[in-house]
Design a binder for this molecule. Structure first.
Ligand code: ADP
Ligand code: MG
Length: 377
């Protein structure tokens, strides 16, 4: 019996029709590239969000989450409108809206994905509900179409201007692989990614930093990228080839835009290079690309923060092959590729240095490339 099914029974006093789960994800590399029509390389986590659902016949939605303080009751599905209800309920209510699945239901949610850490608890929640509604109503959407529609839940219903990576990762990832997603072409490729096979672990350091200014900074970076593309006369920064980077940079009229473009264009190339390095088992090469990506997002994209930089530096000093912040930045998590034998010591060092600096204690855990969303009951 899953925790979500138990929660469902205790809140709603009945058995759920089924239970679905969708994973959080780590983006191995390719940061702030998705909204520039570029390349990303996420993998799914074993940490996941479970939702137990039972359809109702009166067209009303009710929901409860072990992670959120208030149950949400009595939303008539006919009256769904973007932004309603405020808060976490929109991530659930926006799913039948985006799936055009005109039905009421009760939902109980339980999750092991850290919230707000850049590991995409939001898409895990949306996609678990999406797969459940798709199954229960026999809507027949493919996973691709579900990803498209659940992205609309986050963008248009919740109102978070995220790129397309999170839903794609939650729905299409498979165990032991990272997913190379080309946003412009809307194509995906499974890239074998099994660090344990090479005696390595992927460590995640959740700095616990959750800055209030994240949304504003994210919007500013997007605006910078749009402004730069306009100056360069291209639809998006994806259209700047790596081989044309120097010429493009000479066209820009200010240093800030030069830095933003340099990050996005070199980052797309690093994603390609990382996929190639993984394909040839070149783990040292993968590590170097991760570390280069961190320098780029810290110095050129200016989307890191002190805690993330300290975490990355300490992980590298502790023997990591490579380390970088992951997710939108300005807080959240860093990842590192660490030899198995060094992992405990590396975690210990990061904790000690955080304490010395007076930072909030980080949460540190290892992650394994895992399966995408699935029905579990
Ligand atoms: P991230 O996706 O990086 O974790 P976001 O800010 O995109 O961070 O999404 C976090 C939000 O998603 C939370 O504030 C909450 O509204 C919602 N959410 C995610 N997981 C859950 C959950 N298990 N229960 C309730 N709400 C959740
Ligand atoms: Mg999110």
């Amino acid at each position: 019996m899953t925790k979500a099914a138990n929660l469902f029974r205790s809140i709603f006093g009945a058995e759920a029709d089924g239970v679905w789960a969708a994973p959080g994800r780590v983006n191995l590399i390719g940061e702030h590239t998705d909204y520039n029509d570029g390349l990303v390389l996420p993998f799914a986590l074993a940490q996941r969000t479970e939702v137990a659902i039972r359809l109702r016949t009166d067209g009303v939605i009710r929901m409860s989450s072990a992670l959120a303080p208030n149950n949400v009751v009595g939303i008539p599905v006919k009256e769904l409108a973007p932004g309603w209800p405020a808060g976490w309920g929109a991530y659930v209510a926006g799913v039948p809206w985006a799936l055009e699945g005109d039905v009421g239901f009760d939902a109980a949610i339980d999750s092991s994905v850290p919230v707000g850490a850049g590991l995409s608890s939001s898409a895990a929640l949306i996609c678990a509900v999406g797969l459940g509604i798709n199954d229960l109503l026999s809507l027949g959407y493919s996973r691709r179409e579900l990803a498209r529609r659940t992205r609309r839940t986050e963008n248009e219903y919740v109102g978070a201007p995220t790129g397309g990576m999170d839903q794609i990762a939650a729905l299409l990832c498979i165990e032991g692989h990272a997913l190379l997603y080309d946003v412009r072409e809307d194509t995906t490729e499974q890239v074998p990614f099994d660090p344990s096979d090479a005696g390595l672990k992927v460590l995640v350091v959740d700095t616990q930093v959750r800055h209030g200014h994240v949304d504003g900074e994210y919007a500013k970076r997007r605006a910078d990228c749009e402004q730069a593309a306009e100056q360069l006369g291209v639809p998006t920064l994806r259209d700047v080839a790596y081989s044309d980077l120097d010429a493009a940079l000479n066209h820009l009229d200010n240093e800030r835009l030069v830095k933003r473009v340099r990050h996005v264009v070199t980052e797309n190339q690093r994603v390609r290079d990382t996929a190639a390095a993984l394909a040839s088992d070149d783990w040292v090469g993968v590590g170097e690309l991760l570390t280069a990506a961190h320098a780029s997002i810290r110095d050129d994209f200016e989307a890191s923060c002190t805690e993330l930089d300290v975490a990355v530096a300490m992980l590298m000093e502790s023997g990591a092959l490579g380390a970088r912040m992951t997710g939108g930045g300005f807080g959240g998590a860093a990842i590192a590729l660490v030899p198995h034998a060094e992992a405990d010591e590396a975690a210990h060092t990061v904790r000690a240095v955080f304490a010395d600096n007076g930072f909030v204690p980080p949460t540190i855990f290892s992650v394994v490339p895992s399966a995408g969303a699935t029905r579990i009951k």
